[in-house]
Write a protein that binds this ligand. Structure first.
Ligand SMILES: [Zn+2]
Length: 509
């Protein structure tokens, strides 16, 4: 939808922005054939948003490069903020990690932003660090914007509300309690801190900043819900009072900005009232609350591009709150944002393959997801494939899709001879061995699973047998055969072509 608004003309400004879309190097552990699919920005959003988007790289906090940063990384950054930022330790988590508030501006309208209430939902925390850098800059063309925001608003940021969860990269706190179901009982210290901050600041606006899993679709479309919104209800009747309507208008503005960069890839949560959740209660307590959740985006597993979009929409929202222009956006357009469809996405879908079972043949789609397996203090992970579902997957979408019509699934074989180490495996003509149907290799000096997670062959200890049969939640290695030839191989939920020389078979050192 398009709106007639005073700032529709500067669309050209945004066109260059796409060139700065993330490269593959932004996402070190993404799928082998994963890449950003960016469309040119559409006209319509405020020129301010386009300028912020363009200028982003100069504010990107370089100390944070992926999602798995910890409390110590954040405190180091907060400690180095200049006096313009008022940093207050509000209390500590169950395990004693500090939870701080950063206050900025001296305007009459208090705004409260809290991120990472769920420990493994860090995208907005990254963007908040970038916003702190933005507010320290001078002479970059945004001096008047900063002044306008600080004169009108007092911003209260609580980055990383759940540091114990972040340490483990898990949703819940160390008591295994979901803080977002503790808004009434207030048993966890982290919840008490958030409620006290709301009561002390009497925040007019609230930003409840989360992530969600990468498998949500935007409505019935084959698009990911890469960013989702909610103006939470404050009662079971889901009434819309003035504060909730304001939150909806702000969401319409932010959604329109996002349409420039990730068209069709936004969603909206169902607004069923959850009596224990913070967003719903904040709304009830009188804070105009906006929930923003980062989801999945192709080519951006580490969400460094979504971080940039977060930076852009938050600062655009601050300006609109500061000068009241959020009121220009039609509240009804909130209803046009499609609902999130949970679970509609998979990392890889192979469609229309022939699956043999004894002497019978069945048309089968195979849907894979990749689970992140933690290692090294949950600072790193590797991906493990899982055949999440199979059968008729026609209502689902894949980050990667392959039409295997005419192909037959053939389970991979184990290469008979055990090799001493990975170096010996590199010495082989690996692709030609795979073309002969070998997918699994016995290695005496077996490396950590993280090493080979994105190799086009599976490694196993000598004497071990893989289970390459097709069954739900298995992780089979198999080939796609047509006319007696193996043209593709699937290993650990990634598909690789065997049709021509494939550099994936030159195993990295
Ligand atoms: Zn969450």
């Amino acid at each position: 939808m398009k709106y007639f608004l005073p700032f529709c003309m500067l669309a050209l400004l945004t066109v260059a922005g796409c060139k700065n879309a993330p490269s593959e190097t932004d996402a070190p552990l993404q799928g082998a054939v994963d890449s950003i699919n960016q469309s040119p920005p559409r006209p319509g959003s405020p020129p301010l948003a386009a300028r912020l988007y363009e200028a982003f790289e100069q504010y990107r906090e370089p100390a944070i490069t992926n999602l798995r940063f910890k409390h110590s990384d954040i405190t180091a950054l907060l400690d180095s903020l200049p006096p313009e930022f008022e940093v207050t330790v509000l209390g500590a988590s169950v395990e004693g990690r500090s939870i701080s508030e950063v206050q900025l501006g001296e305007g009459p309208t208090p705004v409260l932003l809290w991120s990472q209430m769920h420990g493994d939902e860090p995208t907005a925390t990254m963007a908040i660090m970038d916003i702190f850098n933005f507010f320290q800059a001078r002479g970059d063309g945004f001096d008047s914007l900063r002044a306008e925001i600080k004169e009108a608003l007092t911003l209260h940021f609580i980055p990383m509300l759940n540091p114990d969860g972040a340490e483990r990269y898990q949703r819940r706190n160390v008591l295994d309690v979901d803080l977002n179901r503790d808004a009434l009982r207030l048993q966890s210290p982290e919840s008490k801190i958030l409620k006290a901050a709301r009561d002390r600041t009497q925040a007019v606006w609230g930003f409840n900043l989360h992530d969600k899993n990468r498998y949500y679709a935007a409505g019935d479309s084959p698009e990911t819900a890469s960013v989702s919104f909610l103006a939470p209800a404050f009662n079971t009747d889901k009434d819309i009072n003035e504060g909730r309507a304001d939150a909806m208008q702000l969401i319409v503005l932010m959604d329109e900005v996002l349409q420039q960069y990730i068209p069709g890839k936004t969603g909206r949560y169902d607004d069923t009232f959850e009596p224990r959740a913070f967003g719903d209660n904040m709304q009830k307590w009188g804070t105009n609350t906006v929930l923003i959740e980062s989801g999945g985006l192709k080519g951006d597993r580490e969400k460094q591009y979504l971080r940039r979009l977060h930076f852009t929409i938050l600062l655009t929202a601050f300006e609109a709150m500061a000068n009241g222009t959020y009121e220009n956006w039609p509240r009804e357009a909130y209803e046009d944002i499609p609902y999130n469809e949970s679970g509609d996405f998979h990392d890889l879908i192979i469609r229309n393959a022939n699956r043999l079972y004894e002497s019978q043949s069945f048309l089968t789609d195979l849907a894979f997801r990749h689970r992140e397996i933690d290692y090294q203090d949950a600072r790193k992970y590797y991906l493990r494939g899982s055949l999440t579902d199979l059968g008729d997957m026609s209502t689902y979408h894949g980050y990667e899709e392959f039409d295997a019509a005419g192909y037959t699934i053939v389970p991979g074989k184990v290469y008979a001879k055990a090799l001493p180490d990975v170096a010996a495996l590199r010495q082989t003509d690996l692709q030609s061995l795979v073309r002969q149907g070998y997918t699994d290799f016995q290695i005496t000096n077996l490396p950590h699973s993280s090493v080979s997670a994105q190799w086009p062959v599976a490694l196993l200890a000598p004497g071990k047998q893989p289970n390459n049969t097709i069954y739900q939640y298995g992780n089979p290695s198999f080939l796609l055969e047509k006319a007696g030839q193996y043209d593709y191989v699937v290993v650990n939920g990634f598909i690789y072509s065997l049709l021509e020389q494939n550099p994936a078979f030159d195993l990295p050192q």
